[in-house]
Design a protein around this ligand. Sequence first.
Ligand SMILES: [Zn+2]
Ligand SMILES: [Zn+2]
Length: 518
Amino acid sequence: MKIHFHGAAGMVTGSCYRVECGNTQFLVDCGMFQGNKSLKQLNYGEFSFIPKKIDFVLVTHAHIDHTGLLPKLVKKGFSGKIYASRPTADLLTFMLPDSARIQETEVEQKNRRGERKGQPALEPIYTSEDAEKTLSLIQGIDQNENIELNDSVQVKFRNAGHVLGSSFLEVVLTEGGATKRIIFSGDLGSKDHPILKDPDLPGETDVLLVESTYGDRVRPEEKKEDRLQRLAAVIRESKKRGGNLIIPAFAVERTQDIMHDIMIVMDRKLIPETQVVVDSPLAINATKVFAKYPDLYDEDATGLMKNKGSIFDHPNFKFTITAAESMALNDKRGIIIMSASGMCDAGRIKHHLKHNLWRRDSTILFVGYQAEGTLGRLLLDGEKIVRIQGQEIRVEARIEEMMGYSGHADQNGLMEWVGSLKDVHDKVFVVHGEEDSRNALAKLIKERKNFSVQIPAMGETYDLLQIVTRESPVPAIAVSRDSFNLYADLSIKLAEFMRREKDEEKRRTFLERILKSV
Ligand SMILES: [Zn+2]
Ligand SMILES: [Zn+2]
């Protein structure tokens, strides 16, 4: 009975754990690595297990960093069932094909550039066809039911309050005479999140895997009312400045959360009449799934439903589907544009940032986690010049951030959730966090709960019946700024230097010195 850590160990993305129990082998999540190029590169490598030998996959929630490599798994020979909650299954029907399209387009662009340099052509990680095949293997199941997957594995999906349908998993493993309970937290949401019910609390377990995205951060407590007032203030201020308000938002959950809150502040006349454009075909599909599961809404959203008939329909809301409609937004002023991806590293948001970052009257509002190495993190960190699609863009727009929409529990929320466990008999594994976050949360769990805590590294395996570390070293990956980030910095600085330094002699001496050192 073993657990292997194939991702989200030392970083937030690429969630993938493999469990061996008797003759069964299964995965919990099969996520894509996101962030800098070194991390993304991991998506192209071979799996460090044999996909054909995996019997089934349990999926905690629909986010791509938990599901994005499922089509690769299928491409490489996996043909078992993929179990997910019903809303998760619905969300994946368009999220995985979308992810495939992104892979195909990215590789196409790379190959076009590579061809000119005489580099060999790359193959996409997976294609739309692989994604379609994957969808046929997904089986939606109900939360809160004990499901017997086979003689040795039983699972219960419970509400994790992170995105629609998100679950933490209570798994019971039986091998020979031994039984172990293991809980996979997936991603945990915070209380008072818009639309979603608060996360359920776990009981007791032998082994716990807990996420730690915000393991070292306590967010200032933002009550629902404060959140609404602050959103209204940002919208009013942006309207006064005259430019657009650009909100990079994950298509699933965050976009619907913001729509839900804008609906409330509009209704209360806290903001002037403003057009709100949701420029993300994915978000439109996700909104339909949200509309399908009103029984999962919290009290506020249920109340809003009763008053308005829907929480997403308003005459000022506009959804744009085609690229032409999206392009037409370039000339608009004074509107709100919500677009994905939430971390600004892909999708239509890049194009909106290119058209708005350099304008003094624009406002960019961040409402979600920005991983190290992403464009979103650079902007939040105050970079003055960024590169988008090969072009340098000067950042003149106002940058705002609201933490109240975070889909992740902060340190207090995580501790409250872990604290609700009566006991963890064997081991807590702290995963899904950058180094500082994992260390901080691990320390707190040890101090306050006296549980035995382990910080697993990528590629490690633990025997669940003995919990003895067995290293299988994989090279360490620069999770923050990798050489590609530094290369981008250098090229920006060089261009700046060429603009600033007018003396030809000085320019030549300086550049010759650099060239010599390369
Ligand atoms: Zn997530
Ligand atoms: Zn995650």
